[in-house]
Design a protein around this ligand. Structure first.
Ligand code: AMP
Length: 283
């Protein structure tokens, strides 16, 4: 049987309420659909952790900038339902924009500071949209545990902060990035890549791995690591580097030396497609 799809808040609350009354815990994986093996891994993690796994599929308009790809973002609900079924999801919540944002919705959630750097600097308002929709989804689904991917490092960091600061009764877990065999981080946006761009794309993770190797070999100067990273990314055929940073894993702010947990985070355009990826350095 395919994982059932519901589209309204009332329906998801009715199903999840019944599950809770049976004493089962609820895991949750928020997504924008166009699901791939990275999403499936989150669903399996939810299924392992909780008795009931809910996946939301919602292309959230408020997290896209006016010049971004909201209109052309892939919408593949039938295929998504198959991925969810195979991964063991129990329920899909696929609301309309009107269901999520009735007229005159004005409340928003902001996680200040953390949302001003990296992707937040390149995509003003993006994380306000993400936080607002994720808090709404948490309030609709009321999960015990929510699973996010490490590929979106800043997003996971910001959601963790939001949950802590606003006392949201959800446990946030961050799952490892799932990659293609050649190292490219799986992303719904990879399908936009031309064959030439796709051939270049693994260079992003290669550059990140090289910077991690430099750090392991003893380089601790963050500026030197950053410039090596930026230079390698810039050398990828067809690539335009949006940012390449080595930052404090907690504050996301620049660091001088690798003397604490840190992350190398990058955003790279290949043609019109913007890809992000990151690697963590130990503490
Ligand atoms: P989205 O791709 O924006 O729909 O992301 C939905 C969730 O899937 C987020 O928590 C992402 O971090 C996560 N995700 C996306 N791609 C991957 C991947 N390659 N590996 C692990 N998690 C991922």
């Amino acid at each position: 049987m395919l994982t059932p799809i519901v589209t309204t808040t009332d329906e998801v609350r009715a199903v999840v309420g019944a599950v809770r009354r049976q004493g089962r815990t609820v895991g949750f994986v928020p997504t924008m659909g166009a699901l791939h093996a990275g999403h499936a891994a989150l669903v399996r993690a939810a299924r392992r952790t909780s008795g009931f796994a809910v996946v939301s599929v919602f292309v959230n308009p408020t997290q896209f900038g006016p010049k971004e790809d909201f209109a052309k973002y892939p919408r593949t609900l039938e295929a998504d339902q198959k991925v969810c079924t195979e991964a063991g999801a129990d329920l899909i919540f696929a609301p309309s924009v009107e269901e999520m944002y009735p007229e005159r919705s004005v409340a928003v959630v902001e996680v200040k500071g953390l949302d001003e750097v990296l992707d937040g600097a390149s995509r003003p308002g993006h994380f306000r949209g993400v936080c607002t929709v994720v808090l709404k989804l948490f309030n609709i689904v009321r999960p015990d545990v929510a699973h996010f991917g490490a590929k979106d490092y800043q997003q996971a960091r910001i959601i963790t902060q939001m949950v802590r600061d606003l006392n949201v009764p959800v446990e946030v877990r961050v799952e490892p990035t799932v990659r293609e065999p050649d190292g490219l981080a799986m992303s719904s946006r990879n399908r936009y890549l031309s064959p030439t761009e796709r051939a270049s794309a693994p260079g992003i993770y290669q550059a990140l791995r090289n910077v991690r190797d430099r750090a392991r070999a003893g380089e601790i100067d963050a500026a030197r690591l950053e410039s090596a990273l930026a230079a390698e990314l810039a050398a990828i055929p067809g690539a335009r580097v949006d940012y390449a940073r080595v930052v404090d894993a907690d504050t996301l702010r620049p660091i001088a030396r690798l003397d604490r947990p840190a992350v190398a985070a990058v955003a790279v355009f290949l043609g019109a497609t913007r890809l992000i990826d990151n690697v963590s350095f130990g503490g």
